[in-house]
Design a protein around this ligand. Structure first.
Ligand code: SAH
Length: 411
């Protein structure tokens, strides 16, 4: 432990006391004891009373990220305890993680939301993928990998720290093997009973959008009840699904036997992977389409052609990266949702999302409401949607709730 002390300005202690994990430079009165960037520092109030302990990086606007609010050392024991606590919470019951019970892909460490700022760890079958988002975590990553190896006993741990946010910490992007065996080019895992391939070296984020697992499951559940495929007598025609921003097919694969599915994405590479994923799940080839297109243009054309779908999933990438981009992003979301409303059959479903942290659930609902009004349709909220259970949100860290969505029945 270094002797660095970060003194909080008088009157600026409240967020620290209330366990928000970030301390911005503006709240800092002084830094004493000459710490080195990345070091553990003790945080005190202006009178010198202990408030918290965390790690320090003067290059970042978030100068301190807090690891504990107790006067305890941040050592190997702390790390083992915190990693184990987060991992055990994903596996209720006795040491199930050793047996890799299904589902066998999930987030194990969700950074600030698991009280370990800057660290993300996802598991895909026997492999872990780690993202080190901050300087201290980058410095510690080999010992973190060692502890993860002890706790989870994976075959290998691969690093995917090729993310822009590292620039803000003065770090370069990097990726590669951290521990154990090299993962295969594609790892197969099971999600909600479907097999999926993931390329942990090149895929988005750590390879797959694990945060949508529960929403994909809910879509299947809702469709199984309402699509008519299980009705007696069954509907003869399969319902039509439009999977917008499909990536490697996640939402579509949930409905592989329940619907005629059109996957749309701008990237040919991810569509090729989606095709492989559909094959892996024995999809009937003429029941699935893969269309490389800009979704905005595609929707425009579909509306012009008078196309109609029983279910549409709209899961775009992040449109607003900060508060300044909210207005433009809102226009984007409204445009997408307006066209989606126009394309849903009466009695059909729209599952619509935003993963922009800068747009909260209320604002998103207002934007979708605006689109509905313009479309002249009627809609009900069947369910408010959020990120999967293995992406919990620390109550002290509202920034952790980035994914919001609505499942709407449209008339
Ligand atoms: N729904 C997916 C995740 C979507 S990620 C899942 O469940 O796994 C967002 C996807 O949108 C990426 O695959 C990206 O290639 C694609 N994309 C981004 N902008 C696009 C655009 N304008 N038109 C079509 N696809 C786009």
């Amino acid at each position: 432990m270094s002797d660095g002390i970060v003194v909080i300005r008088k009157g600026r202690e409240k967020p620290v006391v209330q366990q928000h994990p970030w301390i911005f430079s503006g709240a800092i009165d002084s830094v004493r004891g000459d710490p080195t960037p990345g070091d553990i520092v003790t945080v005190t109030d202006h009178k010198g009373a202990f408030l918290a302990r965390g790690y320090w990086n003067p290059k970042s606007q978030i100068q301190v990220r807090i690891l504990t609010w107790q006067d305890e050392p941040i050592n190997e024991d702390w790390w083992r305890r915190m990693l184990k606590r987060a991992i055990d919470a994903r596996y209720p019951g006795e040491r199930q993680h050793k047996e890799f019970a299904y589902p066998n892909a999930q987030r194990l460490i969700n950074a600030e939301n698991d009280f370990i700022p800057g660290l993300i760890v996802d598991r895909y079958d026997n492999w872990l993928v780690l993202q080190a988002l901050t300087l201290h975590i980058d410095q510690q990553k080999l010992s973190i990998a060692q502890l993860l190896a002890e706790i989870v006993e994976p075959k290998g741990i691969y690093e995917r720290s090729d993310v822009d946010v590292r620039n803000k910490e003065g770090l370069k992007q990097t990726s590669g093997l951290l521990w154990g065996e090299e993962p295969p080019q594609k790892i197969t895992f099971v999600e909600n009973g479907r097999s999926m391939l993931v390329d942990v070296r090149h895929g988005h984020k750590t390879g797959f959008y694990l945060d949508q697992r529960d929403n994909r499951d809910f879509l299947l559940h809702e469709m199984a009840i309402n699509s008519g495929v299980y009705r007696n007598p069954p509907k003869t025609e399969l319902p039509r699904m439009l999977n917008l921003f499909s990536y490697t097919g996640g939402f579509g694969i949930q409905l592989v036997f329940q619907a005629q599915i059109t996957n749309v994405d701008a990237s040919l590479e991810v569509l090729e992977m989606a095709e492989e994923n559909f094959k892996l799940n024995s999809a009937i080839p003429n029941q699935v389409d893969f269309i490389q297109a800009d979704v905005f243009d595609y929707l425009h054309d579909q509306v012009a052609e008078g196309a109609q779908y029983d279910v549409i999933v709209c899961d775009p990438p992040k449109f607003a990266h900060n508060a300044g981009q909210v207005e433009r992003a809102a226009r984007g979301y409204k445009d997408l949702n307006l066209n989606c409303f126009k394309l849903v059959k009466p009695g059909g479903y729209l599952m619509t999302f935003s993963c922009s942290g800068a747009i909260d659930a209320d604002l998103f609902q207002k934007i979708v409401f605006g689109a509905l009004v313009d479309s002249g349709r009627q809609a009900q909220i069947v369910k408010h949607l959020t990120q999967a259970e293995d992406h919990p949100v620390a109550l002290t860290f509202p920034e952790g709730a980035y994914l919001k969505g609505l499942l709407l029945r449209v008339y």
